[in-house]
Write a protein that binds this ligand. Structure first.
Ligand code: C5P
Length: 405
């Protein structure tokens, strides 16, 4: 680790580090020290309670910067506005994050400098929860953590062990070296897709039945949009072929809007040849109505039979055409997750497949969280426990990056 720090992996980064009032606040001192050794400029904000554990002077000395302790003090360096630090931050980190702070963050409160800065910043935010095990496991804390994860906050998993309160369990702040390692690895991959073209499909297709009706599915596009956004942020040129979706186009992404599976196929094939990777998060209808009525179908007594015909399997076709491209598929299943996922991986000639159990309430369609298993071509499996779609997008792109030539 010492060597890594000497390479200054955080050179030029401005990090705002929040310290809240937990016994682990003293460990934040070492976090600041390591961040500085790694080249970062660190600005510390302390809550009122944090100052009962560690003095402002300690952080001022170790960071080499003025420390913010109140909203109302005479600001020396940051030109007064309470959002100055929020704007300045390339990354925000809260060490330790107490249960009280997490509750305020989840609720969007802004009653001190730290919560105000958190609400105002657009920088990526890392939170390192640390507290008594019972407080950590309390359903309301867990609910707040899920809420924060769903909003894209990066949660640093607490460690287990003997806590200061004498209890043994989960809730310990991880070692400063591990916290800083997570920040470094996050920053390292910031532009690792520069110069790559990534084609992402998202949303569900709509297969018309008549001029007013269609067959569709529950996909909202959130997973695919999160991937497109993350890939663009990492420097890729991103084309997002999307079925109808209410989501805004992520910045730096070119969206091609389609409705049917056949339109999606055409758009994808047009963009395929020079793509480096294709990530097919779209929920493509396997069937379409054989006949599309020119006029609205009128109701009549008795049953109505709809004849469906097969849609092209776009991903299978890409698997046949594939040259250098990395191909990633999705498998949303309600049963036999592993068996079906491995079958599709082989049949469609993929590099890996992201499989999720859509029968869970907190994963799959129309929620901000997901949990998935990544089945790789070489037989390895990566388990991604419940996390935000933004975080899962990052994990998927890490694997794409590894598969790229
Ligand atoms: O076979 P299944 O539909 O479950 O496979 C899912 C994967 O295949 C997804 O990545 C989806 O985008 C893609 N797919 C496709 N064309 C279809 C059906 C699915 O590209 N007609």
């Amino acid at each position: 680790m010492a060597d890594i720090l000497a390479q200054k992996p955080l050179d030029g980064k401005k990090i705002v580090l929040g310290v809240t009032g937990g016994i682990a606040a003293y460990k934040a001192v070492e976090v600041v020290s390591r961040l500085r050794k790694a080249g970062a400029e660190v600005h510390v904000i302390m809550t009122r309670a944090a100052q009962d554990f560690v003095t402002e002077l300690t952080f001022r000395e170790i960071s080499g910067q003025a420390v913010t302790t109140s909203m109302w003090e005479k600001v020396t360096q940051h030109k007064v506005e309470h959002i100055a630090l929020a704007n300045l931050a390339d990354l925000m980190l809260v060490v330790p994050a107490t249960a009280n702070f997490l509750a305020k963050a989840a609720a969007g409160l802004a009653d001190d400098m730290l919560t105000t800065t958190l609400l105002a910043t657009q920088a990526p935010v890392f939170l390192a929860p640390a507290m008594n095990t019972n407080m950590y496991e309390n359903p309301v804390t867990q609910k707040n953590l899920r809420e924060l994860a769903a909003r894209g906050f990066h949660l640093i998993e607490p460690a287990s062990g003997l806590l200061a309160c004498g209890v043994t369990g989960k809730g310990r702040l991880p070692e400063p070296v591990d916290i800083v390692a997570q920040v470094i690895s996050f920053c390292a991959k910031e532009r690792d897709l520069l110069g790559r073209k990534i084609l992402v499909t998202a949303g569900g297709t709509r297969e018309p039945l008549d001029p007013v009706r269609y067959l569709g599915n529950r996909s909202t596009g959130r997973m695919g949009y999160a991937i497109a956004q993350a890939a663009a942020a990492r420097g890729a040129k991103v084309v997002l072929v999307s079925g109808p979706s209410a989501l805004p186009v992520p910045s730096g992404v070119r969206r091609v809007s389609v409705e049917t599976a056949r339109e999606m196929r055409e758009a994808v094939l047009r963009e395929f040849d020079d793509a480096d990777a294709v990530i097919k998060a779209a929920a493509v209808a396997d069937y379409r109505p054989k006949n599309v009525a020119a006029n609205k179908i009128k109701k009549s007594e008795g049953e109505f039979t709809l004849v469906l015909e097969r849609n092209p399997d776009i991903l299978w076709e890409l698997g046949q055409k594939k040259r250098q491209q990395v191909l990633v598929g999705f498998a949303a299943e309600t049963t036999k997750l592993e068996e079906y996922a491995r079958g599709k991986l082989a049949k469609k000639n993929l590099d890996f497949i992201v499989a999720n159990d859509v029968s869970r309430a907190d994963a799959g369609f129309a929620v901000d969280t997901n949990c998935a298993k990544l089945f790789m071509r070489d037989g390895t499996v990566h388990d991604c426990p419940l996390t935000s779609k933004a975080e899962l997008a990052g994990i998927i792109l890490d694997h794409v990056r590894e598969c790229l030539p």
